[in-house]
Design a binder for this molecule. Structure first.
Ligand SMILES: NC(=O)c1ccc[n+]([C@@H]2O[C@H](COP(=O)([O-])OP(=O)(O)OC[C@H]3O[C@@H](n4cnc5c(N)ncnc54)[C@H](O)[C@@H]3O)[C@@H](O)[C@H]2O)c1
Length: 314
């Protein structure tokens, strides 16, 4: 891995990945349309990369970005279940057409490995836990359908064209720089920033819904392993910690980390949300040699500390 393209590199996950890859001395190009990503996410390494402001829906831009690249990390997407429920057409365009453009661009440029950000939402609400990759899929939202279609394309491009691909099916990734301000923000940054501002957060449902919350450093580590593993042949593996916590437990832990306590509000459960999620990470161990580096509580403490530090700077 020497010349690397990261789509969505101005976003939460992509910018952490980019920082780690720049640190390894690779030449990095980032393609991002800044729809949810931010220039400030790239501030610490901006001078060391080539940044292309453009969309993966533009096949010519993608083809140009893929020239001379040996590894592609495809992180760009409209990464939100509620947004896809509100506007399935637009998210389809970015998440399926955009992904197809990236696969075609990578194939035509002779890229050696493409790593794809897949989503645990593909599993839907089957009650069997932990989720294993050989279980039936049951997407419950347009977003889940779209991310799963990306996985199917990865396999077809591996089998049909010999493009070396692998998908990492992310389970609720969290960490510094996750945007709490978006209308579609993830739960952890919302809970933390509300609590720090002295406002009670709203828990959707009764707080019993649970997730395999995964700290960002684990995902960065897994992406690098996935880029360097022997040819995975288009397989998609779970990417998580293999442990789950309810929203009530999550909020308790956040309060402890922040040393601040406020009773939460409870609201209706959100359309398209699955009740429980927990990964079996055995296949990731086998295929790419993955082990989580940072457990949930350690990651949460680091994340709360980062938001407290941000607040202190304002
Ligand atoms: N965060 C999670 O828990 C999670 C879980 C499962 C899967 N994922 C996947 O991981 C990837 C990264 O998610 P994230 O949480 O960092 O979200 P994010 O919104 O912070 O990052 C996505 C990035 O993609 C960019 N983007 C969107 N559409 C684009 C387009 N058409 N062309 C170029 N750039 C575009 C955005 O500007 C943003 O920088 C996504 O593919 C998402 O589906 C994330």
């Amino acid at each position: 891995m020497q010349k690397v393209l990261i789509t969505g590199g101005a976003g939460f996950i992509g910018s952490h990945l980019a920082a780690a890859i720049v640190e390894r001395g690779c030449e990095v190009t980032i393609l991002d349309n800044l729809s949810t990503g931010k220039l400030e996410n790239m501030a610490s390494f901006r001078e060391k990369i080539r940044f292309v402001e453009g969309s993966i829906t533009d096949a010519d831009v993608v083809a140009d970005c893929c020239k001379g690249i040996d590894t592609v990390f495809h992180e760009a997407a409209l990464a939100s279940v509620p947004r896809s429920v509100d506007d399935p057409f637009t998210s389809n365009l970015h998440n399926i057409d955009g992904t197809l453009n990236v696969l075609i661009g990578a194939r035509d440029a002779g890229v050696k490995r493409l790593v794809y950000a897949a989503s645990s939402s593909a599993y839907g609400d089957s009650e069997t836990l932990p989720k294993r990759e050989d279980m039936p899929y049951a997407p419950m939202s347009p977003y889940a359908v779209q991310k799963y279609v990306g996985e199917l394309y990865l396999k077809v491009f591996a089998d049909l064209y010999g493009l070396s691909t692998i998908g990492l099916r992310y389970f609720n990734i969290f960490g510094p720089r996750q945007d709490p301000a978006s209308q579609y923000a993830a739960v952890i940054p919302i809970f933390i920033t509300k609590l720090l501002a002295g406002e009670a957060p709203t828990i959707n449902g009764d707080g019993s819904y649970s997730r395999d919350f995964t700290y960002i450093d684990n995902v960065v580590h897994a992406n690098i392993l996935a880029a360097e593993a022997p040819d995975p042949g288009g397989v998609t593996v779970n990417m998580a910690c293999g442990d789950r916590f309810s929203l009530n437990e999550l909020y308790e832990c956040i309060q402890d980390c922040a040393d601040k306590h406020l009773e939460p509000n409870y609201g209706p459960a959100r359309a398209g949300d699955v009740p429980h999620s927990l990964a079996d990470i055995g296949l990731a161990r086998e295929v790419i040699g993955y082990e989580p580096l940072i457990d949930f509580k350690t990651g949460l403490a680091k994340t709360v500390a980062w938001y407290m530090d941000q607040e202190a700077r304002v």
